[in-house]
Design a protein around this ligand. Structure first.
Ligand code: FAD
Ligand code: NAG
Ligand code: NAG
Ligand code: NAG
Ligand code: NAG
Ligand code: NAG
Ligand code: NAG
Ligand code: NAG
Ligand code: NAG
Length: 501
């Protein structure tokens, strides 16, 4: 018996070693960058940017969060897909640690940049082409959402992408994608018809419903675990007009504002596509809190009826318009490099009284860090209506979130900006302990969901803990089949990774 157990153990060990027989060893940051940067520069010259050049300064700060600014050994800016493929082969053969950047908005150090290693920056691969049948749009991984909406506009078309202007197409689509109109059309990932992917050995494949179907599924919410997507083909929708509303409220309106947000989550009404950006910011100079609604509804009915419960709250300002999607998105700026930022979030039932308690707890806790220079505290609510999950339930493909469509949720997030690196650990600990506390209370009250969204997550939140375990296992199996040597696990380790058994 004893022999048997240790024999199995030995076989298990052997299997592990065998499984990684194709793995190259991971070399030091410096040696890896030296090997790959030399080869890339020999092959692609000016597409490789080295430290101490003006291009390097510009590229290494092309991030939303100042914390993401790191110092890669070199930056490679491929100009065509085949160059991504040969770069991955070089990175793999050199054992180089590397980072991938799409639009650069994932907001923590190491998610999309790397000190000492190689940064593969996809900026130049930003081509957007509307299909001749007007049914889809193909998008390069360096594009921003405003580029996609601009390409679709002349055809009176639109698609389910990002809610603001310059968020990257790549990252948002790979992690899920909250748009305004998800209650009818589902998440951004549910609207992707096909992905072109460079695998860990440099091979290019297409993943769609009929080809590499398991990879097609895994890319819907599985992030950067499987390969580099070099083209997204996204469903185009015949939507020429949006009814929009921008409303601002003073702090006395916050209880009603939170209740109206819960009403919107509960009355998901998929017959009429509509959704929001909801936030409450504290001005640390005046100590005043301002709540704001960006509301968007499909069609021309103005003011948009789905936001009636907000419109009935006395407001500081209200601007209602009917406008083409491009015009709406074009003004929604989120400038890069405004501050250092920490996100932290959790998910709960739309319970107005409890959400208001959390808001009050956050409002009080802001005082604990009020001395932090450049403090910019925002309380954000993201609505996840149950009808958004129905799309994946019924489209024959599904997605890796595997959500049921019997309950609507609200994601509450603390987004906190500040000015100086000296406060980094303090702010991370502040956000983490505060969000964990309120999640624990929600859990005790039976109001919590374990669902996490990568777009709202702090670096300490393991988003895959919130996915159904069978989906995590299936994603790992897909990863092991498509990337057996672990290029996107061992060499590219930033962002959210699936981990091992
Ligand atoms: C101001 C702001 C507004 C936001 N608004 C929304 C919103 O409306 N809806 C929403 O859902 N989310 C939103 N988010 C979250 C956003 O979706 C994520 O930050 C997302 O990662 C952004 O994509 P990116 O391409 O800009 O990010 P990046 O940081 O470039 O990429 C994110 C991750 O994906 C990897 N990656 C990037 N491109 C590829 C590729 N082609 N192949 C493989 N891996 C790749 C990167 O290595 C990184 O780990 C917002 C974030 C910010 C900061
Ligand atoms: C370097 O910067 C110049 C000037 O902005 C630009 O024309 C060039 O394309 C950049 N090179 C790369 C590789 O990005
Ligand atoms: C990038 O590709 C475009 C289109 O193929 C080409 O016109 C341009 O010269 C290329 N730029 C570089 C720096 O290779
Ligand atoms: C696509 O849309 C354009 C602009 O609306 C139109 O001129 C063209 O006929 C459409 N093509 C098809 C195949 O429907
Ligand atoms: C999927 O991709 C393959 C390979 O490019 C292609 O032949 C096939 O037509 C595509 N299937 C669909 C449904 O688009
Ligand atoms: C908000 O809803 C709660 C119930 O969840 C209720 O007790 C409270 O009075 C409401 N507040 C406002 C301002 O509507
Ligand atoms: C905070 O309020 C002050 C005084 O009204 C104003 O000057 C400042 O711009 C506000 N700050 C922000 C971030 O809105
Ligand atoms: C407004 O809220 C009430 C419940 O408070 C709800 O019955 C109604 O459907 C909501 N209206 C809208 C347009 O969401
Ligand atoms: C690259 O990896 C894929 C997935 O594991 C595999 O199918 C393919 O044969 C590999 N190609 C080469 C050239 O090794």
């Amino acid at each position: 018996m004893r022999f048997r157990v240790s024999y199995q153990l030995a076989l298990g060990l052997f299997a592990n070693i065998a499984a990684c027989a194709g793995c190259r060893s991971v070399v030091s940051l410096e040696a890896g960058a030296s090997c790959a940067c030399t080869k890339l520069a020999a092959q692609y010259g000016d597409l490789v940017v080295l430290p101490d050049s003006s291009n390097y300064t510009a590229e290494s700060t092309e991030y939303w969060d100042v914390r993401s600014d790191l110092q890669p050994g070199c930056i490679f800016l491929p100009n065509e897909t085949t160059q991504v493929s040969s770069a991955v082969s070089i990175l793999q053969s050199c054992g180089t640690q590397f980072a991938i950047r799409g639009g650069g908005h994932m907001n923590f150090p190491g998610s999309n940049n790397i000190d000492g290693g190689v940064l593969l920056a996809l900026n130049s691969l930003n081509e957007v082409v509307v299909a001749s049948d007007n049914q889809s749009v193909s998008v390069g991984p360096g594009a921003r959402w405003v580029d996609v909406y601009a390409a679709l506009a002349p055809y009176d078309l639109y698609c389910i992408g990002g809610r603001l202007k310059t968020i990257g197409v790549s990252g948002l689509t790979l992690i899920g994608g909250f748009h305004y109109l998800i209650n009818k059309y589902g998440m951004t990932m549910d609207n992707v018809l096909s992905y072109d992917v460079v695998l860990g050995n440099g091979t290019q494949v297409t993943a769609n419903e009929t080809s590499n179907g398991d990879l097609f599924w895994a890319l819907k919410g599985g992030g950067s675990n499987f390969g580099i997507v070099t083209k997204f083909t996204i469903k185009a929708l015949p939507i020429a007009s949006l009814s929009t509303t921008i409303q601002a409220f003073d702090e006395s309106a916050v209880p009603a504002f939170i209740n109206a947000s819960c009403d919107l989550a509960l009355n998901d009404g998929p017959d009429l596509a509509a959704g929001t950006v909801l936030s409450i910011s504290v001005n640390t100079t005046t100590n005043a809190a301002i709540a704001s609604l960006l509301g968007v509804q499909e069609g021309t009915e103005s003011p948009p009826s789905r936001f009636a419960n907000f419109s009935s709250i006395p407001a500081l300002t209200v601007v209602n318009k009917v406008q083409p999607p491009l015009e709406w998105h074009s003004v929604l700026e989120t400038p890069n490099q405004m501050f250092r930022v920490q996100f932290a979030h959790h998910t709960m039932k739309p319970d107005g009284a409890q959400l208001y308690r959390i808001y009050q707890g956050w409002r009080a806790a802001v005082q604990d860090v009020i001395d932090v220079e450049g403090l910019y505290p925002t309380f954000v609510m993201n609505i996840l209506p149950k009808s958004a999950a129905s799309v994946a339930k019924t489209n024959g493909v599904g997605n890796t979130w595997g959500l049921d469509d019997d309950e609507s949720w609200i994601i509450w997030q603390f987004s906190t900006g500040w000015a100086n690196a000296v406060d980094d650990l303090r702010m991370t600990n502040w956000a983490r302990s505060l969000s964990d506390y309120w999640h624990a209370e929600n859990t005790a009250k039976g109001l919590a969901s374990e669902f996490l969204y990568a777009g709202d997550a702090g670096e300490f939140q393991n988003i895959f803990n919130g996915y159904p375990i069978e989906n995590v296992r299936r994603m790992r199996a897909v990863r092991d089949a498509y990337d057996p040597s672990g290029t996107f696990t061992r060499l590219n380790w930033g962002g959210f990774k699936l981990g091992g058994e």
